[in-house]
Design a binder for this molecule. Sequence first.
Ligand code: ATP
Ligand code: MG
Length: 207
Amino acid sequence: MAAEPEPKPELDAAIGDGDAEKSAPTTPPPKATRRKDGLIVLHTGNGKGKTTAALGLALRALGHGMDVCMIQFIKGKWSCGEHEAAKVFGERFEIHPVGDGFTWDTKNRAQDIARVREGWELAMDKVRSGRFRMLILDEINYVLSYGYMEAREVLEFLATKPASLHVVLTGRNPPPELLEAADLVTEMVKVKHPYEAGIKAQKGIEF
Ligand code: ATP
Ligand code: MG
């Protein structure tokens, strides 16, 4: 695993450290004066909920008639509930797991890079189709921190994406440039996880 990105004091200040008292706002937020239709949203941190929160945004967007495409760069061990649930929305909600067969070791690095490339090209095709208002790049931060793709390419896409497209990026260890490019960054902080108490992954919670 690549080293954690260098901390950026101004982003740390903005993100807070999960301590409610310390991160409580002392000044009112600036009045919203400008419209921006397509946001860059980033979910990171070592607590559970990054992918789940992205799915929550998908549900919210779908409810407003916005179609959603999710590219999952790392597929879980289990068949996830969201794959079944997405079928209810038909073509309006596509989920594409592209990480099936990942090895995440040096032996098959070339193969892993090829899978990442396929996933990225698929994501770009979906954007070009113009059918979607939200694109979720699930676990893209892992892909970048493993060096399987260059952050520059993701940043170029974010800088030139269709204005109204919401892009949601998830995963630990995002490159600092991605934190800077995002409009909304949420860090999930682990307080407790059932795994630590030896409790197995639960249907409806983890998959
Ligand atoms: P989820 O998909 O449940 O929202 P996530 O996207 O925040 O989780 P990932 O890093 O993608 O987290 O890991 C996915 C799996 O790892 C999930 O089954 C999740 O419950 C588990 N997990 C997440 N955080 C922790 C943790 N701190 N300790 C143990 N297991 C964890
Ligand atoms: Mg996840």
